[in-house]
Design a protein around this ligand. Structure first.
Ligand code: TGC
Ligand code: FAD
Length: 390
């Protein structure tokens, strides 16, 4: 059968619903990722290398803080933001992490909870990639339950004093600015901008992780850092402000992991079409076709659901449930797809040449950060029943 004219890649015609601008952005992101990231991903992964200059390239093309209006940002739709994340993660979850953290966890809180002075000082440079930011919420004893954080901000004369430590922070070792979440004297959550030149801040690299290798993850130590009033994100309104950052990043992850899954699906399809075993193409076996059908189905459903979610976010709808659902389900499906594909390639699937094993290992991180799979199940359970089972 000649299947060239059949729309097997996008059976629900998602592409046809995109605006002209969204199509252009998706194509630009795809071209950039294929030309400038795919050719270096093996070496970056093997050398645990993240070239900081890449941020300037991301900035030049408008990929940093793309949904922000003004301050040098692109001001595009949430669908566009998702499409960018999808193309980045098709190459490596670590590259997507870089833009997620900068856009959703650093620029978003400054834009939404910062003063005009803070926005002008930081956002234009963050959008150009001249500054790199990170987001410090997790601590060694406070992962799934961030309400247990111990980092403290205490009033000291006309300034404040910041003490504590953070663990597992993306980009901490290469960051110029740090969005730090701490508790004040009333135990209310407060967001603070710390600069790398501030006396009392230091970082270290987690060098023994086996996943998301090209993404620098680290610890942050804060000892008696003097914080002037103008470094506090004054418009923070309790934990819901923190969660608004996570919501934005989780939404991007839901798109991103479908990008990784789609890459893996196409890669394994091509492999089984060309691999001859028992004197025929592997693709001619029922068990193999069932796996391809499952991949096609889950990716199509996952991407179309992301599109719907993005539309709802653009309409300012309350979408906390949808975000938890798609962060959880799309990560779960992407990792299952990566495992099946790895198996379909046999021994070759274990090599770096087909990129599937690297994606599989990365997806273990993505399943864990921004709320683990089970924590999102508990969030969904709480919304349904009204009972907190944490
Ligand atoms: P809970 O009582 O449920 O809520 C406290 C307040 O927050 C509000 N809220 C939300 N608001 C907006 N969006 C959401 N998704 C929200 N979820 C909760 C809630 O309405 C309430 O507001 P108010 O005004 O009534 O006070 O809080 P809880 O302590 O019971 O929360 C529990 C739980 C488990 C849901 C939460 O702690 C959680 O989500 N834990 C997971 C931790 C997590 O996701 N950490 C992420 C760290 S950052 C990261 O991983 C970056 S990796 C990035 C990369 O490299 O790409
Ligand atoms: P834990 O909370 O200890 O959970 C361990 C296990 O127990 C999980 O399976 C979890 O689902 C389960 N569990 C926990 N509580 C319950 C419960 N009540 N009921 C049932 N099961 C439960 N954080 C940041 O702040 N900024 C970053 O930039 C950042 N980047 C990261 C980058 C990487 C590579 C990684 C791996 C993590 C990063 N994180 C970051 C931290 C991440 O958000 C946490 O790892 C995550 O929230 C889980 O916390 P934990 O690792 O402490 O696991």
């Amino acid at each position: 059968m000649n299947n060239q004219s059949i729309n097997w890649k996008d059976p629900l015609y998602l592409h046809s619903f995109l605006t002209e601008e969204e199509r252009k952005i998706s194509a630009t992101a795809k071209e950039f990722c294929e030309k400038h990231l795919f050719n270096r991903v093996k070496s970056d992964n093997n050398n645990k290398n993240f070239d900081k200059n890449l941020f300037k390239e991301f900035g030049r093309l408008g990929f940093l803080g793309p949904t922000i209006e003004g301050y040098g940002c692109a001001n595009v739709s949430n669908i566009s933001y998702g499409l960018i994340a999808k193309e980045f993660e098709a190459v490596d979850s670590g590259y997507r992490s870089a833009i997620s953290v900068q856009s959703s966890l650093v620029m978003h809180p400054i834009y939404n909870f910062g003063s005009e002075e803070q926005k002008k000082r930081y956002i234009p440079k963050l959008s150009k990639g001249d500054l790199i930011g990170c987001f410090g919420l997790t601590e060694s004893e406070a992962g799934s339950d961030p309400s247990s954080i111990k980092t403290k901000l205490i009033k000291d004369g006309k300034n404040y004093r910041l003490n504590g430590s953070k663990n597992w922070i993306t980009n901490a070792p290469i960051a110029d600015i740090f969005i730090i979440w701490a508790k004040d004297e009333d135990n209310s959550i407060v967001g603070i901008i710390v600069e790398k030149e501030d006396k009392g801040i230091s970082t270290s690299l987690i060098d023994n992780k086996l996943s998301l290798l090209l993404s620098p993850t680290g610890q942050i130590y804060m000892q008696d850092i003097i914080i002037p009033e103008n470094r506090i994100l004054q418009l923070t309104k309790g934990w819901k402000s923190v969660f608004s950052c996570l919501n934005k990043a989780r939404y991007g992850i839901a798109w991103g992991v479908m990008g990784a899954a789609e890459f893996i699906w196409h890669q394994s399809k091509e492999y089984v079409e060309n691999r001859i075993m028992f004197k025929k193409q592997l693709a001619g076996n029922q068990l193999i076709q069932k796996k391809l059908a499952d991949m096609q189905t889950e990716i199509t459903i996952g991407l179309n659901a992301c599109y719907q979610l993005g539309k709802l976010i653009d309409l300012n709808k309350e979408v906390n449930i949808g975000i938890s659902m798609l962060k959880r389900n799309n990560c779960k499906k992407a990792i299952e797809i990566a495992r099946e594909a790895r198996d379909m390639l046999g021994a070759n699937g274990l090599t770096e040449d087909y990129h599937i094993m690297r994606h599989l290992i990365n997806l273990e991180t993505v399943k864990t950060y921004e709320g683990t799979e089970d924590i999102h199940a508990l969030i969904l359970g709480k919304y349904q029943t009204g009972i907190s089972a944490f």
